[in-house]
Design a binder for this molecule. Structure first.
Ligand SMILES: [Fe+2]
Length: 464
């Protein structure tokens, strides 16, 4: 069986959905219920959503500073001409529209009518109005930093619970290095060289460590943990792309230091929960140029390390920051960008739960082309798979397991260690790609589960 072609996954245009909702609002205010224009518009919106529900149970569209986000990822296509429609909704106090699978035409109509009756910029009553009309699958509201409607969960700053020893050591060393640079000390190339060797020789060879980096992460990692993870993920992509050993070390070094410029950004901005304002966004964006500066001033690093720090937020099509006109980023920067985005979305954010890998792979596929290098996304998704090693999963037979090996030819059916729902210890090894006499799969994986803090991956996967 061929690996799934995630590039063919349905892609919802969130701007089209917002436009649809805004026109439905006007139509319900203009025509009587049941008018053909209303029926048609409702069907159009439901149709677009239905395609997306095949890959995720919820569609979250948020407008943050005039930019549209689909499931937490900036949607920067078709920006021209979308401003009036966005402003119309924002003026009504709505900058967050979430739809859940199973949404009905009546619910959509009720939401459009509530919006029509909404006169002032006050979204606080919208929830109550929707609830009163029995709307369960749509939420409309205002997205503001620290909005209490959002679960303001405090995530830990780094991985907790039992860690692979080599991975734990690399985190401690990276933390020390980043803290020293924050405190104004010079970056020491020898320390970096040692850390690169530790990552290449020990961490990368530990299945337990890789499992902890690839699976969904129940923490909001600070720059050093993010950097260690991105360097390992970059290494995985590079290995899969057939890169030679000397270049592998250069990639690990560049990925490890890609965000070093964040050491010059005030921590309250780096860690700010919720959306950043324009000034704060500009400050954060400067981490790319600061990083390039710090690295260019450090003797003994590899030549492309500053380049990757400068370019890792630039899109292959030339957009992104810093503004370098249409310069196409170096292939090494393109590679680190793929790892960077996967790492960021599979980790927690103050305002959002972590995205499980199966959805993160689809998000990468959606970004391939304009933003990310398609070949590198394919190499990554093929290597990581939607259910990467270390993932806690549930099967359609309500069995629980930990992915211990992926099937290269059948990425949706990995080998798992069956376990109890407490995920305490492995019971037996099971190949989920097994089929019955009729050629039908005996089981499927239906979801990824979050790991409890006590979960010890070393009981399931060999450590370094
Ligand atoms: Fe960055």
């Amino acid at each position: 069986m061929k690996s799934p072609d995630t590039s063919a996954a349905p892609t919802l245009d969130p701007v089209a959905v917002l436009k649809g909702l805004a026109s439905l609002r006007r139509l319900t205010g203009t025509y009587p219920a049941g008018h053909p224009s209303i029926v048609q518009k409702t069907a159009e919106i439901l149709d677009a959503l239905a395609r997306q529900f095949r890959v995720s149970r919820e569609v979250r569209i948020d407008i943050i500073h005039g930019q549209v986000y689909l499931d937490g990822v900036s949607f920067d296509r078709d920006v021209q001409g979308q401003a009036p429609i966005i402003n119309e909704l924002v003026a009504l106090g709505v900058d967050s529209v979430h739809f859940r699978d199973g949404v009905q035409a009546e619910e959509l109509l009720a939401a459009a009518e509530c919006l029509w009756q909404q006169e002032r910029s006050d979204a606080s009553s919208l929830d109550a109005q929707l609830a009163a009309r029995g709307v369960r699958s749509i939420s409309l509201g205002r997205l503001v930093p620290l909005d209490t409607r959002w679960r303001a969960q405090q995530w830990p700053d780094a991985p907790t619970g039992p860690l692979d020893p080599a991975y734990a050591e690399s985190l401690v060393r990276a933390q020390e290095t980043f803290e020293q640079v924050s405190n104004g000390k010079r970056l020491d190339p020898l320390t970096i060289g040692d850390l690169v060797q530790l990552l290449l020789t020990r961490v990368a060879r530990s299945n337990a460590a890789l499992g902890q980096i690839l699976a969904v992460k129940q923490y909001e990692n600070l720059t050093y943990a993010h950097s260690v993870n991105v360097s390992l993920l970059s290494l995985i992509i590079a290995r899969h792309a057939g890169v030679d050993d000397a270049t592998l070390a250069a990639i690990v070094e560049a990925a490890l230091l890609h965000d070093i410029g964040k050491t010059r950004i005030p921590l309250d901005i780096v860690k700010k929960p919720g959306a950043l304002d324009k000034r704060e966004r500009k400050i954060i964006e400067d981490h790319t140029t600061y990083g390039a500066e710090i690295l260019a001033q450090t003797d003994g690093l590899r030549p492309l390390t500053p380049t990757v720090a400068l370019e890792h937020h630039r899109a292959v099509a030339g957009a992104g920051y810093p503004d370098l006109q249409n310069a196409v980023p170096n292939i090494m920067s393109q590679l680190v960008s793929v790892a960077d985005i996967y790492e960021a979305i599979t980790g927690a954010r103050s305002y959002q739960d972590p995205t499980p890998p199966e959805r993160a792979c689809l998000i990468l596929a959606r970004l391939a082309g304009d933003k990310l290098n398609t070949a590198l996304v394919k190499a990554f998704v093929k290597a990581v798979t939607p259910f990467p090693m270390g993932s806690l999963v549930r099967t359609n037979r309500d069995e629980f397991g930990v992915v211990v090996e992926t099937n290269e030819n059948d990425p949706l059916h990995p080998i798992i260690a069956l376990t109890e729902s407490s995920f305490e210890a492995p019971l037996t090894r099971l190949d989920t790609s097994t089929r019955d006499d009729a050629g039908t799969y005996v089981r499927h994986i239906v979801e990824t589960l979050p790991a409890a803090e006590s979960f010890d991956i070393r009981r399931f996967l060999p450590a370094a």
